[in-house]
Design a protein around this ligand. Structure first.
Ligand SMILES: [Ca+2]
Ligand SMILES: [Ca+2]
Length: 150
């Protein structure tokens, strides 16, 4: 799903207090708000669609969302339904189907801001991204075989 924020940024209007049109999808509006309120430099994952129910946030990598260390633990594994990128380095966030950066992957670019509903998106191995992410890593876009919005 395309994002209002991205469109505004493309036009150079981001940060100028541009009012989101009333016709904007509610889901995107919720993630726009979440993005504006997010901590700079961090990747967020959410329990539900529309950037709702924060599972965790991380300015680093986490090789295992089902262990007991790092920003994502135990129940966070195979649970994310929306994700958000507020990194500042220009790197993308690469999310993986399995722990230890295994299985298929897809990436969320800095310029994509967020994906408010992972349903219907697939990893490079063809399996669904929704409620399936098990590890993540910050990488340069050249290290991504696939992007969520492409
Ligand atoms: Ca972890
Ligand atoms: Ca998984």
């Amino acid at each position: 799903m395309r994002k209002i924020l991205a469109a505004a940024a493309t036009l150079g209007l981001a940060g100028l207090g541009v009012i989101v049109p009333a016709t904007a999808a509610q889901a995107s509006a919720a993630c726009d708000t979440a993005w504006r309120n997010a901590a700079s430099g961090y990747f967020y994952a959410y329990d539900y669609d529309s950037c709702s129910g924060t599972l965790g946030l991380d300015d680093d990598n986490d090789a295992n969302w089902s262990d007991t260390s790092g920003s994502f633990q135990s129940g966070d594994n195979d649970d994310a339904q929306s994700i958000l990128h507020k990194g500042t380095s220009g790197m993308a966030v690469k999310v993986y189907r399995h722990a230890s950066y295994g299985g298929g992957h897809t990436c969320l670019k800095k310029s994509e801001y967020y994906m408010d509903d992972l349903t219907g998106h697939t990893y490079t191995d063809g399996s669904g991204v929704n409620v399936s992410i098990s590890s993540h890593k910050w990488v340069w876009e050249s290290d991504c075989g696939k992007f969520l919005n492409s």
